[in-house]
Design a protein around this ligand. Structure first.
Ligand SMILES: Nc1ncnc2c1ncn2[C@@H]1O[C@H](COP(=O)(O)OP(=O)(O)OP(=O)(O)O)[C@@H](O)[C@H]1O
Ligand SMILES: [Mg+2]
Length: 307
């Protein structure tokens, strides 16, 4: 059975290029393959999650900017993706202006929270199997007002951390920020976990980094480590999650494992979430589901330029 209530997880790390967007896209896909109904909110002006899920810029007439500025409901900007049960609220460069526009407003950190509250009310009126069970928020590489809006609106934080020499640099600042948000904007905020990304066994530092981070953060670090895998980096240029691009590659398999861990942790939090086919609706296993869908999805290479 999928999660009973909508869970809002934010992918945050002020360091750039650590795998936030890749994790949002592929964890989202893997959760959907496990029967969850998933929404990714793209809160980064770069729009990489939107591009990586095949939403061309000309199809982003309304976006998360319109939601944050109060001109559109979140429910109005959702777009389907090639992955069944995975939707995205796309972003555009307009988000760059958001911070300046609302800097003087006293509720500036709560724009997303307010939009999600309206969305949750609408969801309550929807049929049970049309209710979103996971919302993943992809943040920009900065602890700016956009990230603050995400942290203020979320139940928990998921931190992608790249397995590199300077991995721990910046983590303390992020943890401090999360603590401050807890003490001020969002007392219910918890740390869901830290996911180590781009692990390269040929890199002599990588194993040491994994050990250091586990030593520092204990069981907050997910067991699953995402390997560096060229298929993962190729997939976005095809507008697809790697799970649709190459289900068998090590990156896809790791994201399926991560989704199982996330669901397990949710169960540990007393949130009813379930695994494959557990709802008796005869769903395929996650792999079967994705293989079947991958055959019918025709997604050409993107024509637009990536940032
Ligand atoms: N497991 C992986 N194996 C290989 N390449 C990866 C992997 N994960 C991410 N990448 C690549 O690393 C780059 C950075 O990843 P990503 O865009 O997900 O990071 P990010 O934290 O969202 O970046 P930003 O801070 O700019 O938003 C991308 O080119 C992506 O394709
Ligand atoms: Mg990103």
């Amino acid at each position: 059975m999928p999660a009973a209530a909508m869970r809002v997880l934010v992918l945050a790390n002020q360091k750039g290029g650590v795998g936030k967007t890749t994790t949002a896209i592929n964890l989202g896909t893997a959760l959907a393959a496990n029967g969850e109904l998933v929404l990714i909110i793209d809160l980064d002006p770069q729009g990489n999650a939107s591009t990586g899920l095949g939403i061309a810029r000309e199809h982003r007439k309304i976006s998360t900017y319109d939601v944050l500025s109060g001109h559109e409901r979140l429910g109005a900007v959702l777009r389907e993706t090639a992955v069944p049960r995975l939707f995205i609220a796309p972003s555009t460069l307009d988000l760059v202006g958001f911070e300046l526009e609302i800097a003087a407003r006293p509720d500036r950190a709560f724009c997303l929270k307010q939009a999600l509250a309206v969305f949750a009310e609408e969801q309550n009126a929807a049929a049970v199997d049309e209710r979103f069970t996971y919302v993943l928020i992809d943040c920009p590489p900065s602890l700016n007002l956009l990230t603050m809006n995400a942290l203020a609106a979320a139940h928990a934080v998921l931190v992608p951390l790249q397995c590199e020499f300077f991995a721990l640099e910046g983590l303390s600042q992020l943890l401090n920020t999360v603590e401050q948000v807890k003490n001020s904007l969002n007392p219910g905020l918890t740390m869901h976990g830290i996911v180590l990304t781009m692990f390269d066994s040929r890199n002599t530092f990588a194993a040491q980094v994994v050990a250091d981070v586990r030593g520092f953060m204990g069981d907050k670090v997910y067991e699953t480590v995402i390997p560096r895998n060229v298929r993962v980096s190729e997939a976005p240029s095809h507008g697809k999650p790697v799970l649709l691009y190459d289900l068998k590659c090590s990156g896809s398999q790791a994201y399926l494992k991560l989704a199982s861990e996330v669901i397990q942790r949710e169960r540990g939090n007393g949130v009813a979430a379930g695994g494959e086919g557990a709802d008796g609706r005869g769903r395929d296993s996650p792999s079967g589901f994705l293989r079947a869908k991958a055959k019918v999805v025709v997604c050409g290479p993107l024509k637009e330029t990536e940032f």
